[in-house]
Design a protein around this ligand. Structure first.
Ligand code: 13P
Length: 256
């Protein structure tokens, strides 16, 4: 059975005091994580050392929200995946739609960043997803295929480890999640496309859904067969919500 993953993307939120409170609440509510159901928190860069300390012996993984496509060099303002690895991260979100939208990141850069992350020893959490306009125009599969193929131009399925996340832009931060049926359809499409390259890799690939996941809709989403967990934005900033979402994921894992 594939492992489940719950990833909290804190985006540009938090401060030293609120980070500490949030992690202390999570650790109090979840003194031990369930085997096979992993949790990752991804704070903003400056807080990575603080989180590495707060998460010690918790079983909760530390991830980053972005990384350079280079391992080092003259890239002012960039952060190398090697630095993240040295500070205790084991994964990094790549190609988030907010970076595609605000920083104009394209598919090629996402592919190169994924490869640099892998070479630095991190698991890239590669985000794909369509906009509302693309969905309305019936172009969802075309867009997902293009984004996926760009990433897989760099990934060596024989030994690389990645996590894929379907995050339709229209569902992010809107409070309106995609329906479980839509998510299942798109995740099955993504898995089938990966299977065209490598069936075993596709069978073992964790694919997450992100976009307005909350405690109230988590179970119905997680009960879909191709969903291996969630990439959570605003609900990851609320310990009660995040713990409830984690418990919903544990329940879906046990039922599977
Ligand atoms: P929300 O959960 O706030 O919609 O954000 C989702 C997301 O972008 C996670 O990366």
């Amino acid at each position: 059975m594939r492992k489940k993953w719950l990833v909290g993307n804190w985006k540009m939120h938090g401060n030293l005091a609120s980070n500490r409170t949030l992690i202390e609440q999570l650790r109090a509510e979840l003194p031990a994580l369930t085997e096979g159901v992993e949790m990752v928190v991804c704070p903003a860069f400056p807080y990575i050392p603080q989180l590495a300390e707060l998460l010690k012996s918790s079983g909760i993984h530390l991830g980053a929200q972005n990384a350079s496509d280079h391992l080092n060099g003259m890239y002012t303002g960039e952060v190398s995946p090697l630095m993240l690895h040295e500070l205790g991260c084991d994964s990094v979100i790549i190609g988030h739609s907010e970076r595609r939208y605000y920083q104009h990141e394209n598919d090629g850069l996402m592919g190169r960043k994924s490869l640099a992350a892998i070479d630095a020893g991190l698991v890239p959490i590669i985000c794909v997803g369509e906009t509302a306009e693309e969905r309305d125009a019936g172009r969802t599969h075309e867009v997902l295929a293009r984004q996926l193929d760009a990433a897989f131009g760099y990934i060596r399925t024989a030994h690389d480890k990645i996590i894929l996340a379907y995050e339709p832009r229209w569902a992010i931060g809107t409070g309106i999640a995609a329906t479980p049926e839509i998510v299942q359809e798109e995740l099955a499409f993504l898995r089938a496309r990966v299977a065209q390259r490598d069936q075993a890799f596709a069978d073992n690939l964790p694919i997450l859904y992100g976009g307005s996941v909350k405690a109230s809709n988590a179970s119905s989403l997680f009960n879909m067969p191709d969903i291996d967990g969630g990439l959570i934005g605003s609900a990851a900033l609320d310990a009660n919500e995040f713990v409830a979402i984690y418990k919903a994921l544990v329940a879906s894992h046990k039922e599977a």
